[in-house]
Design a protein around this ligand. Sequence first.
Ligand code: SRM
Ligand code: SF4
Length: 567
Amino acid sequence: MNAPLSPVEKIKTASRHLRGTLVDSLANDVTGAIADDDTQLIKFHGSYQQDDRDLREERRQQKLEPAWSFMIRTRTPGGVVTPTQWLKLDAIATTFANGTLRLTTRQAFQFHGIVKRELRATMQAINAALIDTIAACGDVNRNVIVGVNPHASALHAQVQDAAERLSERLKPKTRAYYEIWLGEEKIADSEAENAYEPLYGKTYLPRKFKVAFAVPPTNDVDVFAHDLGFIAIAERGGLLGFNVTVGGGMGATHGDERTFPRLADVLGFVSVDQLFAVAEAVVTTQRDFGDRTDRKHARLKYTIADRGLAWFRAEVERRLGFALLPPRPFAFDHVGDRFGWTEGHDGRWHLNLRIEAGRIADRGERTHLTGLREIAEILDGEFRLTSNQNLIVANVAPAQRAAIDALVARHGLDGFRSASPLRLNALACVSLPTCALGMAEAERYLPSLLDRVEALLTAHGLGDAPIGLRVSGCPNGCSRPYLAEIALVGKAPGRYNLMLGADARGQRLNRLHRENIDETEILAQLDGLFARYAAEREAAEGFGDFLLRSGVLAPPRSLPTPLETTT
Ligand code: SRM
Ligand code: SF4
C-alpha cells in the first residue's frame, strides 16, 4: 500500500494556489495567531508565525496565549539593495519589527516580532520599497544566492544577471500574494487561477528548493549545500556557461538515519542559454518524483540518493531533449568572505563589513543600525548581502571612501579590522528566542563562545589560524554547520554535538566527534586538538585537513569531486 501524502500536501491542494483562509485569519482579532493550515500557507508568502520562547512559560502560567508574532523574509536575489531601499527596510525594522534587521545565510533580510494586526502594513511597506517576499519560504524555489561583489569583475555581473533572471523564472505565478497583502482584485474563476501556476501546479514542490551560483575560486555560497547549483565557467574573462550541481542539502534530524547532510553531485555543463531549461528540468523532476509522503525525506537530495545519479541525469536529459556536456574543470580556494576594501574592475570600491550573526541593531557603542542608515543616506553605490550573514557597502566612488570609513569607525562597524580569522568567518543561525525548532542557543551564544575559543587559540599560538566555526541551534543546519571545520549542532539547552573535519573550500562534510556535550567538554576537546594542531600541523595545513591526516578523525565520508583541479 502506498504511504499517505503528508498533511501539508492536502493543505496545498485545498488552498486555491496559496490563498487558504489567510484573509479571514488576518481579520480575526480574537487571537494573535492565524489558523493552523494558514501557518503552512503563509510561508509561501515569505512569513512564519512564531512565538517568543523566552516568554512561553511565563505566559502559560498567566494563562495567556503565547506571545505570537511573525517573521518576514525578503526575496532579494544575490542580496542587492539600493540605499533608498535600505532606508525603507530600516524604517520597517524600527516601525513594525523588533528594531533589528537580520541578514541571513541566503542573502535575505529578516524582520522579527511583527504582530498580526501590522502584518499587512509591513508587507505593503516592503513592497513599497520594490522588494517582495514571495517564495522566500515554502515548498518552492527560495531566494537565489550568488557569489558576492559582481562589480569586482565583469564575470560577476553576468552571473548576477543570470541569477536574477532565473529567480524571476522560478517565482510562483499565483496572484494570491497580491490579493491578500496588496489588495489586488480577486480572480473569481478557478480555471484562470490554475493557469497561473504552469511550473509548480497546485501542489507546488514536495519541499523547499534552493539554488546557488558560485564564481570560482570563491565558494562563499557553499554551492554543494544546494538542491541546484551553478558553478560559473569562464573563458577569456567572459561567462561561457555553468557546471550544474544537484542534490546538496544540510538538514537532518537527530537519531533519524534516513536523514543526512549531503554534498551535491556535479551533473554536467550547460551554456548560458540552456540555464532556464536545465533548471526547469531539475525542478520538475523533483516536483514529479520527490517524496510527498514524508517531509523529512522530501528534499531533492533524497530523490537522488534513493534513485541514483544516473537515473536522475537520464530523467533530466529526457526532459531537456539533449544530453548534458561533461563538466568543465574548476577550482575553489576558499569559503567565507574577504573583508575590508577591494577595488572593482571599473575603479569603484567595495567594503565588506563583518556583521556578527547577521544581526544589525543598536547595542551600546555598537550603533550598527544607525551607522548603516547614515551610510545609506550618503552612499551613491548599493548594498550587497553576503551568504555569510555579512554586508558589502558596494560600488563606492573613490571620493566617498573616507566619509564611509569615518561612519564605519564612529558606529563600531570596524570590528573586521581587528577581529581574528575565527571570528570573521563564524556563523550562527537565529535559534532562540524566535525559532520554534531551536534546541540550544546559537546567535545569542556566539559572542561568548567566540571569546572562549579565541582564548584557547591564542594560548596555543594559533590566534591567526583561519579556522571555520559554525553554530546551529538544531540539526536543520541553517548556518550550514556540516561544512565547517568546527561545528556545534544543538541537542538540548546548553548541549551540542561537536562536529569536526570539513575542509576550507566547502567540498567535504564534517562528522560527529562528540555527542551531546556541554561547553566545558567542548572547550576541553578543542584545547587538546588545538595543542596537537599547533605542534604537528604542516605548512598551510587547515585544521579540518589536519584532523584527518593525523588520524584524529576517520577517513572522509565524501571526497572532493574528481573534477576539481588544484591549479
Ligand atoms: Fe533555515 C527552518 C532560519 C538558512 C535549513 N530556518 C528554518 C526556520 C524557518 C524555522 C522553522 O521552520 O520554524 C528558521 C527561522 C528562524 C528565525 O526565527 O528567524 C530558519 N534558515 C534560517 C536563517 C534565517 C538562518 C540564519 O541565521 O541566517 C536562514 C534564512 C535563509 C533565507 O534567507 O532564505 C536559513 N536553513 C538555511 C540553510 C542554509 C542555506 O540555505 O544556505 C539551511 C540548510 C540548507 C538546506 O536547506 O539543506 C536551512 N531551515 C532549514 C531546515 C532543514 C530543511 C531540511 O531539508 O530538512 C529547516 C526546517 C524545515 O524546513 O522543516 C529550516
Ligand atoms: Fe532554527 Fe534549527 Fe535553523 Fe537554527 S538551525 S534557525 S535552530 S531551524
